[in-house]
Design a protein around this ligand. Structure first.
Ligand code: C2E
Ligand code: CA
Ligand code: CA
Ligand code: CA
Length: 280
């Protein structure tokens, strides 16, 4: 990356400088977008397979460019935000918006209806996170039992002592925790024994070409059995066709999420879904 200049000073190549420039420019853009409230949430329903009922929904962040009206997907800005402390602000903003909305849906949902929010490892480990979480729940009036945070296993591998503490505190206030993207990363899952989680979300990479791959079917079966044996619910992500859904039903996977049932939708459409199944 850096090279020793002739004088002994560290010099940066133009390529690196322009990379830093770009990162700073992108960060400034995110900062401005946070101040101008350019982020909004879309919601993807989650279904219980045994009953076909919608039992929850996941909040996914979007960035609307105020000039062009174009909508940016999180892959284009979350990684940039994660390289700085902006992710803390962004995750806090998402949590607040999600709790406000989830509280508004309470009159048309049952007690089991849970809203899920993604949290970066960096945010979860920040000292102020728990205070912010508690405050947000208090201010929005959302019961903790109606909120689930989705985290990825990276947190357990990087700093398991801090992670154990954060997870314990979150569970203590009554908020649920799901392990996102399970099966996409590390092969070790000894940490599952140490952490008090509620749900495993099977990564969508394991569902692609499920029908033609007996091995993938066995991996998914194995994850469902693992979740069952640990007392966790298990939800498959990225269900795009009927064959995948049928397989998951046959294997007694608890829940499913994916384009086959519904894409992530804007708040109003989600409200319509909920109103249509009133009480269900
Ligand atoms: P994720 O948490 O795994 O979210 C699921 C992603 O899969 C979403 O993409 C969703 O639109 C997409 N998806 C859902 N069903 C299907 C399907 O059937 N097929 C396919 N191919 N894709 C499907 P999205 O919204 O672009 O989010 C991408 C990632 O960005 C998320 O992955 C999550 O890691 C991150 N993210 C989203 N919102 C937030 C947030 O508020 N905070 C943080 N820290 N990360 C977020
Ligand atoms: Ca997620
Ligand atoms: Ca996921
Ligand atoms: Ca993810």
């Amino acid at each position: 990356a850096k090279a020793e200049g002739r004088s002994g000073f560290v010099t940066f190549s133009p390529a690196i400088l322009s990379q830093i420039d770009m990162q700073l420019g992108e960060e400034a853009g995110i900062k401005r977008a946070l101040n101008c409230d350019e982020f909004f949430l879309v919601w993807q329903p989650q279904f219980e397979l045994a009953t076909g009922r919608m039992t929850g929904t996941e909040a996914l962040v979007r960035w609307r460019d105020p000039v062009s009206g174009a909508v940016r997907a999180p892959a284009s800005f979350i990684p940039i935000a994660e390289r700085s402390d902006l992710i803390l602000e962004l995750d806090n903003m998402v949590l607040r918006k999600a709790c406000v909305q989830a509280a508004r849906w309470m009159p048309i949902t049952t007690e089991e209806f849970v809203c899920s929010v993604n949290v970066s490892a960096k945010s979860l480990q920040a000292d102020a996170y728990l205070t912010h979480l508690t405050e947000t729940l208090r201010q929005t009036g959302l019961p903790p039992s109606r909120l689930q945070l989705e985290i990825t296993e990276g947190i357990f591998i990087q700093n398991s002592r801090d992670a154990l503490e954060s997870v314990g505190k979150i569970r203590n206030i009554g908020v649920s925790l799901a392990l996102d993207d399970f099966g996409s990363g590390y092969a070790s899952f000894g940490y599952l024994a140490d952490f008090n989680l509620n749900q495993l979300k099977i990564d969508r990479s394991l569902l692609s070409d499920l029908a033609s791959s007996t091995k993938k079917q066995n991996v998914v079966r194995g994850i469902i059995a693992l979740a069952n044996s640990l007392g966790l619910t298990v939800v498959a992500e990225g269900v795009e066709n009927e064959a995948q859904l049928d397989f998951l039903i046959r294997e007694h996977c608890h829940g499913a999420q994916g384009f086959f049932m519904s894409e992530p939708v804007e708040e109003r459409l989600m409200t319509n879904y909920l109103a249509a199944r009133q009480g269900g």
